[in-house]
Design a protein around this ligand. Sequence first.
Ligand code: ATP
Ligand code: MG
Length: 236
Amino acid sequence: MTSLIECQDIWKIYRVGDVEVQALRGLSLTIEQGEFVAIMGSSGSGKSTLMNILGCLDQPTKGRYQLNGIEVGQLRPDQLAEIRNQRIGFVFQSFNLIPRTSALENAQLPLFYRGLSLKEQRAQAAEAIRRVGLTGWEHHFPTQLSGGQQQRVAIARALVTSPSLLLADEPTGNLDTQSSQEIMAILEGLNREGITVILVTHEVDVAAYASREIIIKDGQVLSDRATEPRPQSVGV
Ligand SMILES: Nc1ncnc2c1ncn2[C@@H]1O[C@H](COP(=O)(O)OP(=O)(O)OP(=O)(O)O)[C@@H](O)[C@H]1O
Ligand SMILES: [Mg+2]
């Protein structure tokens, strides 16, 4: 069976003026559909660079990346965009919501790009908002929501296209402990429904929700291990 993600000897080299940074240095990694993976590692170790490549936002300088058997390194920008739109949801540390635009409209946006009718956009976005527990908050603007609620809207926006892969780069980096736990419980629930979740975090408590922990150092995999299952979270 084809793995969801297969990276073989991936290099990413950034050139800024005369300076060359080797952000990924021969990284290899396989992730199966349905896994819940935490990526950890010190600042500058290449975590976001890897996430951008896994999410088809960027391509490796060298090496092979296959997503569901598709050779991503060979694709044109429009083909990359299509893969992102069809298969991948993104969540970032800074929420990246559109200001002065309601929670519902933020969640609708990916469907607008798919050309769905307004009625279908609204219905599917409302369902995504429900899945993150924000029913009743559809018409609030980002500034009227807490950080944790804003991140839930961002997750709803990531979910609305029914992606098979959810990538979250430090999704709890700007949140307090309780909001972080709520966000992680949501990601855990989505994973249980079958979505592959890959998240970057600096926090051990957050990584503990995943079932596999990969540590990146200097652009390579330093360690890769299955983690102890946590007790089922209650109530959320
Ligand atoms: N667009 C870019 N242009 C040039 N260099 C970059 C670029 N993005 C990242 N880098 C460099 O690549 C290396 C890896 O950066 P990356 O952002 O992947 O690290 P990270 O592990 O996500 O760090 P953090 O935990 O601080 O978010 C760093 O040395 C960084 O300066
Ligand atoms: Mg980063």
